[in-house]
Design a protein around this ligand. Structure first.
Ligand code: FAD
Ligand code: 5PR
Length: 369
């Protein structure tokens, strides 16, 4: 008997961020032909550092990108929280695996795995419209047909808007400036400088520095200030202000002097439906969240991975997408809500906030979805 050869199914992906690259790679490894459109002229990631937890690490492992990430990242011994100078908690999450890495290194690992797997990547290609029947229109005027369209085009998603998927954005009161500075450990004196340290300050004003060593050379520091604080939210940073509140971090803050960058307001995007016909949203286009639990990219990677896994289970793409969404989104919704709550109340400052409930997403094993 001659077996019926099945045509390789084809996906068009909008956006080559963490979500788009993960979706493309996961689909490609399951036999799909995949093309990714990136509006930017270069394939690169902006920003500083990122935490990747057990959930994201399992996705990277399944997709053949874990080795590169392990080689370029560190496993911080503890997540320490300090409030107005006093240590309020030192957490190790009962041995749960987590890593700190620069965004550039995480991106490089995903990008090289995507290239190796045969994903087609097109930079300078802007998506302007997606239709539920699988048609994708580019700014160049070109129209493409796909079995699946992945909208991984970030918080201001054109795919989402053009497909008529509703969204509601909520900005929080705080935001941050993210910097990558050299690790000048000797200058800092004795201290647990391999830890992630969350320095919260309330008196005389609300300012916070999140200290994240990413490898032997690079340190990610996130400087949080209320949006209404003109000096705290200024870029380049106001070195005099920040060193006056965090004198022990002076060498790091000095290293950020003059660095351009952006003050990013925390925000949540609520998207009641992530799918429509052959379109699925993944990443910030579907669930941009406050970074308190450091799970935005983690959820993006898990959702992109499980989307590809669901497509392998057979059935019409439209039906598969709807059932994938209903099975997976609760985990992300809860994480998004918890993150928004922390951002609103600033209660991470009290320490010991990474309870088992709060770590639900981080502990999720996407292979058992
Ligand atoms: P993006 O990174 O925004 O990528 C979208 C891509 O699509 C971009 O390359 C863009 O150029 C492209 N694009 C946009 N429009 C179009 C178009 N029309 N056509 C073609 N291409 C287009 N997450 C964690 O897991 N851990 C952390 O520690 C963490 N820390 C964070 C700290 C801060 C301060 C913030 C703000 C977020 C943090 N996150 C963290 C969240 C994480 O950064 C994001 O969730 C993640 O980067 C989103 O990836 P994405 O691919 O969905 O979107
Ligand atoms: N965690 C991480 C992070 O980059 C930020 C936050 C928490 C890893 C951004 O500052 O809550 O601000 C946060």
């Amino acid at each position: 008997m001659v077996s019926k050869a099945r045509r390789a199914r084809h996906a068009e992906v909008a956006g080559a961020g963490f979500a788009g690259l993960t979706a493309a790679l996961a689909l490609r490894l399951r036999g799909w032909s995949v093309r990714v459109h990136e509006r930017g002229e270069a394939l690169r990631e902006f920003g500083a550092g990122i935490l990747v937890w057990y959930n994201g690490l399992r996705v990277l492992e399944e997709l053949g990108a874990l080795k590169d990430v392990l080689e370029s990242s560190v496993a911080p011994p503890y997540y320490e929280t300090r409030k107005d100078g006093a240590v309020v908690s030192v957490e190790d999450f009962d041995g749960l695996e987590w890593r700190a890495v620069t965004r550039q290194d995480l991106y490089r690992a995903l990008l090289s795995a995507a290239v190796r797997s045969g994903v087609e990547l097109v930079s300078g290609s802007e998506v302007v419209r997606a239709e539920p029947d699988g048609r994708l229109r580019l700014a160049s005027g070109e129209c493409l047909d796909a079995d699946l369209i992945v909208g991984a085009d970030g918080v201001r998603s054109r795919v989402r808007e053009s497909a008529g998927l509703e969204s509601r954005r909520h900005g929080s009161h705080d935001g941050i400036v993210r910097l990558l500075v050299p690790r000048s450990l000797r200058d800092l004196g004795d201290g647990p400088w391999d830890n992630v340290i969350d320095f919260w300050n309330f008196d005389p004003r609300v300012l916070r520095v999140l200290y994240v060593p990413c490898n032997s050379q690079d340190l990610y520091i996130a400087l949080m200030a209320p949006a209404e604080d003109a000096e705290g939210s200024r870029v380049p940073i106001d070195v005099t202000l920040w060193t006056s509140i965090f004198p022990q971090l002076t060498p790091l803050i000095e290293a950020g002097r003059g660095q351009t960058g952006r003050y990013t307001r925390y925000e949540t995007t609520y998207v009641p439906r992530w799918t429509s016909g052959r379109i699925a949203l993944v990443g910030d286009s579907a669930h941009a969240m406050c970074p308190a639990l450091a799970q935005g990219a983690g959820c993006a990677m898990v959702n992109a991975y499980t989307l590809a896994a669901a497509c392998d289970e057979g059935g019409e793409v439209q039906d598969v997408l709807a059932s994938w969404e209903s099975r997976i989104r609760g985990l992300t919704d809860r994480c998004q809500e918890r993150s928004a709550h922390f951002a609103e109340t600033r209660s991470m400052a009290n320490g010991s906030q990474f309870t088992n409930v709060m770590l639900e997403t981080a502990r999720f094993d996407p292979r058992e979805w």
